[in-house]
Unconditional design. Structure first.
Length: 277
């Protein structure tokens, strides 16, 4: 069969190619990292943690959201930082896009106030990504980041909510959420398998926590210094292995676990076990 003088197979291949291009563009849109900056706090934002090896390179853009020219991310940028000064004191949404952005962050940038999306940006590492962003209030992460890395949100003292990935297998790195003193409750979703040491240490206003069913290990001092933590539930039907002093200084004296769960015994990490879930 021919169409307009061309073989039908040509039309099929053309449509397949067009569909692939459209899909690719759609994927690129979803890959964007979006976060909001309040320039009334500080008019300068410095993108940090630009780390690649000689065999890796960036291919992307930073759109600053203020009408200025995009900043390209190209080549090997080991040890680089990228400062930007906003022309006014408004609120701006910064967009980082690209096919491959191994590692980027805003470490200790006090004017970052929210993270709207991590998308599928292809991050290789997230360690210290938003550490000490003391005015960061909310964060929405994505299902395709590799992990909630070491000290990723450490010291984000205004952080009240973190929307964690819920579909891909994840881990919570050492000190990932340490010192987030505005958090009052937290649910570790069922797709998380390991919780690193000191992950929630010194979250002094954390009052309740639910540990998901997939968690198999809790590192040392995970909840040390969580002096308001009075309600703890663990949905795992097999008790996660415990590091040293996981529940040190919490106010809770009991932990709720599923009926019929194994490995908890009558006490678990110094807490009395209630088989009630």
């Amino acid at each position: 069969m021919r169409c307009n003088g061309l073989p039908a197979t040509f039309g099929i291949l053309f449509n397949m190619k067009l569909s692939s291009i459209i899909a690719s563009r759609h994927r690129d849109t979803r890959q964007d990292l979006l976060f909001t900056v309040d320039a009334s706090i500080n008019t300068t934002l410095t993108i940090t943690n630009l780390t690649t090896s000689s065999s890796e390179s960036y291919s992307g853009l930073i759109n600053w959201g203020d009408g200025s020219a995009d900043t390209p991310l190209t080549g090997v940028l080991t040890g680089s930082t990228i400062p930007h000064t906003f022309a006014s004191t408004g609120t701006f949404q910064v967009r980082v896009s690209g096919a491959y952005v191994p590692f980027i962050g805003a470490d200790a940038q006090t004017n970052v106030v929210s993270i709207e999306s991590f998308g599928n940006i292809g991050l290789v590492g997230t360690n210290t990504m938003f550490r000490d962003c003391t005015n960061l209030v909310s964060a929405r992460t994505g299902n395709n980041i590799p992990t909630i890395g070491i000290s990723m949100f450490n010291g984000c003292t205004s952080l009240t909510s973190i929307n964690l990935p819920s579909s891909s297998t994840m881990s919570l790195g050492t000190a990932a959420i340490r010192g987030c003193t505005s958090l009052t409750s937290f649910v570790i979703s069922n797709n998380f398998v390991g919780i690193g040491g000191s992950a929630f240490e010194n979250c002094s206003n954390l009052a309740s926590v639910t540990i998901g069913s997939g968690v198999s290990s809790l590192g040392s001092y995970v909840f040390r210094g969580c002096t308001s933590l009075g309600s703890i539930s663990c949905l795992a039907t097999t008790a996660p292995t415990l590091g040293t002093s996981v529940f040190g200084t919490v106010t809770a004296t009991t932990i709720d676990v599923p009926v019929g769960a194994t490995g908890y015994s009558s006490t678990y990490g110094g807490l009395t076990v209630n088989y009630v879930l």
